[in-house]
Design a protein around this ligand. Structure first.
Ligand code: BMA
Length: 827
């Protein structure tokens, strides 16, 4: 019996700069920056001003090499393929001294048959990487225009290279144009035939019945008769069939039905049942098998026209789903350092904040298999961009062919994932053409021909051929599937709203710019104080220091962070107060935005803020910092994405209260609304019993602000509303009648009591005064608090649970260092 052999060649690599003579140890998968760091040849690229010092690396050529001795059984195989799962990026590969391939795209694998070159004893693989910058510059000299690439900090070469756009710098990340072997290297050996690919087409799924087409692709060199076996334990699928295989690619389709399937649901709407199909082929000489895990679900994006334009809504198993989540960027500038656990921690944080959707944004990478497997398991719908963002791209045949290969590979790799909701061509290019002055500045054909070919012809046709049931959406933001003739439209498609932050508008603009699906909007903040300490010594912690500015990549920079703080809060008294106020400001801003999106359901059916995570320690719009610390925004997100939400909307003298409910019907729920002054006295209270329908947003009542307040000052009162159902308070929200800086806040006073129960710490807080956005930080660990950044009335008691990070979870000696404060202590 001859089975295929997959021989991992990831160990024992060495590397050097092309002009150096000494070889150093290298890691595969890896990249030159981390290899230099591991060999102590450079200092941590994320600290101080090191980013500037390390720019030379991207301008050099690097060589990677390994020697290996093949096992005897490999020589018996008919085919020995050198499979390089990912090369970053311009690489020439030599096998035993012979040049075997030249690579120029990091987003698909490279394969070459090396059987004729393979010898007994030592074999050598050597890979020369050319500087991604120097490789492109000569080509650019002959062009009479540049391509925009506004975020590219390294000579604007990025549009020409199929390499992660953010490697060249972005407005939240450093410029580290890596080189290296960023995915596994293996010898893939087979004799005559193997299973190449499986595609499970879910064409008709309901609670009663799941009808799927199981497509098996078998590559063969000659004619064979084999037994094909398909099994799935949970559903009892067990099929055995004898089939004839011809030379070349064989495509077999098997129709399968599963009665009463356990359906897959997004987080918050049901369970994430998965089925695992195992496909085997076998005869007396050969055997091969492959498994695929899938969630069965009917997934549609409803784009139907309606009185307001046309909808943009995910409908899963017939149920409209309000998309709650954020935009995902690569979780490291050097993604090869990430593993399944790093992904799991980040994605669990998303789920813990009640998210059900993430957008894999087009300036990063197509994520690892771990990422999508975890999204399947956790119920996270993935909006998947192709990797094109914020620039125009070349339109020559060579470039298009490379993209075609990349798209075909990625679609085949990812299409079985139930979490993937749609494919999207690019990030913001059509919007930029019409609204960022590109139309006036660049030759027309870059849009009408090159852009059009890539995003309205090539990508949609590859999607249609390989993944016919999934929506292809050309660009985000976008209003329909045709080449856009204007920027964004509100009322159709998805929107990126950047009037707040980029255009300096007040938070109230969030309320006036609600579209059908809000796929981007954001507010910057600084990371956790520990993270600031990581990249910047205390003596340089100043908003204008070079190091702090180096870790702020946005064009409007720290001045804009300060501007928004001062629009709403009093001046921070020092740098760490500035950091904390920036976080609270971001929390309040995005709360304001998301609440208005949710309150506008079903007109608006999605709210994904910019951005979930970071690729390095620095200022950004993220809610989780590079080390996974929850910034204030993430705690706010957990509340504003709570399935049940109370929403206040002031309109002149009216204060309207609505309830948004993603849960099932809740009959006879108590909604209580109470006005307190900052001494804790209840000034008035309203209580209603109402039925709250499922999947709905409903305005419940409107108060006259003047009669609510009567003679009380707006500056020292708070309205608190909660919903109580079956004796439990399910949600609450606080409303203030003026901006935080206009509140007359008392000097803070509270007491704290600490207890340890199992691995967790219970922090009991008792306030003696009103506390505005009281928060707890842990300065020696990155664990998570059950709640944080909340308001407390005098005399109120709150218990917060601190769960230590994995580093300290089982460490009985761990003593967390907690710090307590509130907005009152920051100015
Ligand atoms: C959006 C994104 C990113 C950018 C962010 C903040 O438009 O698509 O390109 O990082 O804004 O400016």
């Amino acid at each position: 019996m001859r089975n295929k052999i997959v021989k991992d060649l990831n160990n024992n690599w060495t590397f050097k700069k092309d002009s150096d003579s000494i070889w150093l140890e290298a890691q595969v998968p890896g990249c030159v920056h981390t290899d230099l760091l591991n060999n102590k040849k450079i200092s941590d690229p994320f600290i101080g001003l090191n980013e500037i010092e390390l720019q030379w690396i991207a301008n050099e050529n690097w060589i990677y090499k390994r020697i290996f001795v093949p096992d005897d059984d490999i020589f018996k195989m008919g085919f020995v393929i050198l499979r390089l799962q990912g090369l970053d990026t311009y690489a020439t590969v030599f096998f035993n001294g012979d040049e075997v391939l030249k690579a120029n795209n990091m987003f698909h694998p490279w394969e070459i048959d090396v059987k004729h070159l393979l010898k007994k004893g030592e074999n050598e693989i050597l890979i020369e990487f050319e500087s991604p910058i120097q490789k492109v510059l000569p080509k650019m000299k002959h062009m009479d225009y540049e391509l925009p690439a506004d975020n590219d900090q390294i000579k604007k070469t990025s549009p020409f290279t199929r390499k992660a756009p953010y490697h060249y710098g972005w407005d939240w990340g450093p410029a580290f144009a890596t080189s290296g072997i960023w995915k596994s290297v293996e010898l893939f050996c087979y004799d005559s035939l193997y299973i190449k690919n499986i595609f499970i087409d879910q064409n008709d799924i309901s609670e009663k019945n799941a009808k799927i087409d199981l497509n098996v692709f078998i590559e063969s060199e000659s004619n064979h008769r084999v037994d094909l076996k398909i099994t799935e334990l949970k559903s009892g699928v067990n099929i055995l069939k004898s089939i004839d295989i011809q030379p070349g690619e064989n495509h077999l389709i098997r129709k399968i039905e599963i009665a009463n399937p356990d359906l897959w649901w997004p987080n918050g709407h049901g369970n994430q049942h998965l089925y695992e199909f195992k496909i085997q082929i076998k005869n007396k000489d050969f055997e091969d098998s492959m498994s695929v895990k899938i969630g069965l679900r009917d997934f549609r994006v409803n784009l139907d026209e309606d009185k307001d334009g046309s909808s943009f809504m995910f409908v899963v198993n017939g149920k409209p789903i309000f998309s709650k989540g954020a935009n995902w960027i690569p979780a490291d500038s050097f993604t090869t350092r990430l593993n399944r656990n790093s992904y799991k921690t980040l994605l669990l944080n998303a789920v813990n904040a009640n998210m059900n959707t993430l957008r894999v944004w087009g300036g990063g990478i197509y994520e690892s298999d771990d990422f999508y497997e975890l999204c399947d398991e956790l119920g996270i719908i993935v909006w998947q961009d192709f990797m094109f963002a914020c620039t125009l791209y070349p339109g020559d045949d060579k470039f298009l062919q490379s993209v075609k290969k990349e798209a075909e590979y990625q679609i085949k790799r990812l299409r079985n994932h139930c979490s993937i909701g749609l494919w999207c061509g690019n990030n913001e290019i059509a919007w930029a053409w019409h609204n960022w002055g590109w139309h006036e500045k660049y030759p027309e054909h870059l849009y009408t021909k090159d852009y059009n070919t890539l995003f309205h012809d090539l990508l949609p046709s590859v999607c249609k051929k390989l993944d016919p049931d999934r929506l292809y959406w050309p660009s985000s933001p976008g209003d329909d599937e045709k080449l856009p003739i204007e920027g964004q439209l509100y009322g159709k498609g998805d929107n990126h709203f950047w009037g707040v932050w980029h255009s300096g508008e007040e938070l109230s603009s969030f309320r006036n710019n609600v579209g059908r699906f809000m796929s981007e909007f954001g507010m910057q903040s600084f990371p956790d104080l520990k993270t600031v300490d990581y990249f910047c010594k205390p003596k340089y912690q100043d908003i204008n220091s070079d190091i702090v500015k180096q870790h702020q990549k946005a064009s409007l920079g720290n001045d804009n962070v300060m501007k928004y703080i001062l629009m709403n809060f009093n001046k921070p008294k020092d740098f760490s107060s500035f950091v904390m106020l920036s976080q609270i400001m971001a929390g309040e801003s995005i709360k304001f935005a998301v609440e208005s999106h949710r309150a506008n359901m079903p007109f608006c059916m999605g709210s994904l803020y910019w951005q979930l995570n970071d690729c390095w320690p620095g200022a950004s719009w993220s809610s989780l910092d590079y080390f996974g610390n929850w910034k204030a925004l993430h705690y706010f997100a957990k509340r504003f994405f709570n399935p049940l939400l109370i929403y206040f909307n002031a309109d002149g003298d009216n204060l309207r209260l609505s309830v948004v409910n993603d849960n099932d019907d809740m009959n006879n729920s108590e909604v209580s609304t109470e006005l307190f002054d900052f001494n804790g006295s209840s000034l008035n209270k309203h209580q209603f019993f109402i039925d709250i329908g499922s999947n709905s947003s409903k305005e419940l009542f409107s108060f006259e602000i003047s009669s609510l307040l009567q003679k009380h000052s707006k500056n020292n009162v708070m309205l608190r509303s909660s919903i109580i159902f079956e004796g439990k308070s399910l949600t609450s929200n606080d409303y203030f009648f003026v901006k935080p800086k206009e509140l007359i806040l008392p000097v803070q006073n509270y007491s704290v009591n600490l207890d340890k129960v199992d691995n967790d710490f219970i922090i009991a807080i008792k306030s003696t005064t009103f506390l505005y956005r009281f928060y707890i930080l842990c300065s020696n660990d990155s664990g998570v608090f059950s709640d944080n950044y909340f308001n407390m009335l005098p005399g109120q008691k709150i218990e917060v649970i601190y769960s230590p990070s994995n580093d300290y979870k089982n460490n009985q000696d761990f003593n967390p260092d907690f710090e307590f404060n509130s907005v009152q202590g920051l100015s």
